[in-house]
Ligand binder design. Structure first.
Ligand code: COA
Ligand code: MG
Length: 304
């Protein structure tokens, strides 16, 4: 997923508008963008929207951000929305891998009650919104098969640590926040899940957004969260891999597929390729939205 657009869950108008934004995923929010007095109403709007939405590709994937586990609101959120079968639940303020296990168990119960197959609703987590989550970055791996993406957030972390700003005078993230960003990349790699870059809040400044996207692509993020529909095309363009990179990734995947599971080092166009190249090729193919089943047969690939 390249772009993941946040939409306040209490706004059916914005949900409709978001559907045609071109975003790869919508994050239907029940948390911070919805005031406490509107949570119940927002749950109903989100459940109705998910139940009625077009779900086949290229329709956006639907992710529901629930309230954090320590709010006492999470179970009511899950009960209201899981039956509509969102693709994933986004957990804010995840404090450790144990929170992922906890959420996974809660989802399993509601999934079963709704007659859905076990594990069909995935988990995404915001893992840097609290000091605890950051310090436990290594604990997210291997806790739940549902975990499919880790994202970072800078606003809540500033509040948690008492920072008056997350950026310095020249607009760059300060140390703690660049560390949060780096730990998200590392934790996602360790877990074998997608790393998702944080929102860019100045939603009128497209040039600065573009630069932040380019840095995110360079550093290994597979997508970025958005807060405004105008940000979506900029994010999609930045995270769509170049045609020649996709072509090369397809060649690498085909070479490894033909070489079988014991493949070690191979060569392509006079250059050595090994496992890290394969992983990189897989990432590029995923970002290009390729289905491995459609990859070319080996004879179409010009190996050496
Ligand atoms: N999803 C869908 N539609 C959105 C949208 C979003 N995230 N943000 C704006 N729009 C719509 C507006 O409703 C408006 O539609 P309209 O012309 O039909 O009324 C249009 O896009 C233009 O919006 P604009 O006037 O430029 O912005 P705004 O002042 O209405 O909204 C925000 C600004 C920040 C309030 C809004 O972008 C927003 O709600 N963002 C998401 C916030 C969020 O979910 N935060 C939680 C995670 S950090
Ligand atoms: Mg928040």
């Amino acid at each position: 997923m390249r772009s993941l657009l946040f939409v306040p869950g209490d706004s059916p108008r914005k949900m409709e508008k978001a559907s045609t934004s071109g975003a790869d995923a919508l994050i239907l929010d029940l948390e911070d963008s919805v005031s406490p007095s509107r949570k119940a109403e927002a749950r109903e709007h989100v459940a109705k929207f998910v139940a009625g939405a077009e779900r086949t590709f290229p329709a956006p994937r639907l992710i529901v951000r629930v309230n954090a586990l320590d709010t006492g609101l999470t179970d009511d959120d899950l009960t209201a929305v899981i039956g509509a079968r969102p693709d994933a639940v986004l957990l804010p303020k995840a404090g450790s891998g144990a929170d992922i296990q906890d959420l996974g168990a809660r989802i399993a119960v509601v999934e079963a009650e709704a007659g859905l197959s076990d594990g069909c609703v995935l988990i995404h987590a915001l893992m840097t919104e609290t000091a605890a989550g950051l310090l436990q970055a290594g604990s997210f791996a291997g806790k739940s098969k549902r975990l499919s993406a880790l994202a970072w957030g800078a606003e809540d972390l500033a509040a948690d640590i008492g920072a008056t700003s997350n950026k310095d005078e020249s607009g760059h993230y300060t140390d703690v926040f660049t560390m949060a960003r780096s730990l998200t990349l590392l934790a996602a790699a360790q877990s074998g899940v997608e790393a998702v870059d944080t929102v860019f809040t100045d939603f009128r400044d497209m040039q600065a957004l573009k630069l932040e996207c380019q840095a995110a692509v360079r550093d290994g993020f597979s997508g970025k969260m958005a807060i405004h529909p105008d940000q979506v095309p900029v994010i999609n363009a930045a995270f769509t891999p170049a045609a020649e990179d996709v072509e090369r990734a397809i060649k690498i995947l085909a070479l490894f597929a033909a070489a079988g599971p014991d493949a070690g080092v191979l060569s392509l166009e006079g250059k050595m390729i090994d496992k890290p190249h394969l992983r990189q090729a897989e990432r590029i193919a995923r970002r290009a939205g390729l289905d491995p089943a459609t990859l070319p047969a080996m004879e179409d690939v010009d190996g050496e």
